[in-house]
Design a protein around this ligand. Sequence first.
Ligand code: C2O
Ligand code: CU
Length: 507
Amino acid sequence: MRLPRREFLRLGGISALALGGASCIRPRPEMRLLPSLAALPKPFNAALPIPPVAKPTKSDEATDFYELDVRSAAARILPDLNTTIWGYDGTFPGPTIEARSGRRISLRLQNRLPVPIVNHLHGGRNAPASDGYPTDLILPANGAASGHVHDALANVVTGEREYVYENVQRAATLWYHDHRMDFTAPQVWRGLAGFYLIRDDEEDRLQLPRGDRETPLLICDRSFDADGSLRYPALDSSLQETPGVQAEYMGGVLGDVILVNGAPWPRMEVANVKYRFRILNASNARRYELALDPSPPGTAFLQIGSDGGLLEMPVAHRTLRIAPAERFDVVVDFSRFQPGTSILLVNQAGTGSTARIMRFDINRRERDESVIPTRLSEMTGPRTEEASVTRDFDFSFQRFQHGWTINGKPFDPARMDARPRLNATEIWRLHTDFSHPLHLHLVHFRILSHSGRPAPYDVGWKDTIDLGPGQSASILVRFTGYRGRYVFHCHNLEHEDMSMMGNFEVI
Ligand code: C2O
Ligand code: CU
């Protein structure tokens, strides 16, 4: 934050005014497609990549130690052009970190990029110092950037930081990604995201599909410049000084190339058996409605887990609606198709190039020993009657400030928007003007009510809830684990960077 937040918003307002003309009509920005200037690659050419699994540099009785370099690298995403990405160990997606419930992970990140970074483990329950508060920067090792942030509590380091992840939580599909103040959207767009999977005994006891039949799918949209570089409408393409995007993209940046694990519209060869897919929408702003084509009669996706791990019982879906940062853990049964058939994973919420995602080619017969039980897990948690506090949060665009706000206010690290007590259960009522996928750090919650979205998508433990325009929801959340300062925010990353974020402090 080079400028005090209010100043930034005011300047944003002025540039929008200069671009848009009339001062009194500044319509709420919509999400907008940024077209690629490079030729779009042919779909279903690339084989689905599987992100490498990170290896610990050492282990002791309680902890596995990992070290990752955050650096730029050349990637082959388009067939004939190189793309410079920013990646954990130079890969996009980053290496998958495999964690065991109850076993600690120490993750040491070296910042070899020319800009500050922050790492957040999304869905992780960790102490504030390791949570990746947006101003807790890791400055570049070469001292190239200053770490001036308007936050008296910021813990800024140079070169590297150790994050400690306790993994005192159940098996679940988490992900890690950049969270730098004001610059999260462009830095994730360049590639700073990866899977973090927690496993536990409860899940191991089930005979779910495993090995190469358990596949993480990180889905995101991107756009490419004529030279193959990632295209993004940043005001300052060096990401050094001025945050934000060109005014017409303030509603969110949409790309026209769909990547799965970093490859455009890939294909995956599968046997005629059940597969488990951990689906993550790592897009900045795009929502998907996933479907199979041809769709088998009955269930297309059998959901076994949500953001916070296994469901009590599987839930059958014809289509899957997934907003930025949400995870759906699903089983697809390919035994219903003949070997030789190809099945498309399509996006019913997209058009043209964004209407398709990837292809499954059923190329062999194999035995299937996996079993999806009717009862997956025990879920205990707070009851509604235990809620002692109810809070209301309104997520909206403020024309005067020309920014995305919570309860009318832009993010300010110095302002606490809620002070829940440790172990207290609360009900948070969320209201929106526009589509906002809302995320709380530290906690998982249950969705009590949700206008506008079919209930089957809301089962299980969530850390991100998608609200459509003009919707409201109530969530039941228990603040356990740690005291301290955490953020909650919209996970449309352009909204997040343009101030739709708040603080809560567990006391
Ligand atoms: Cu995935 Cu605060 O974010
Ligand atoms: Cu939003």
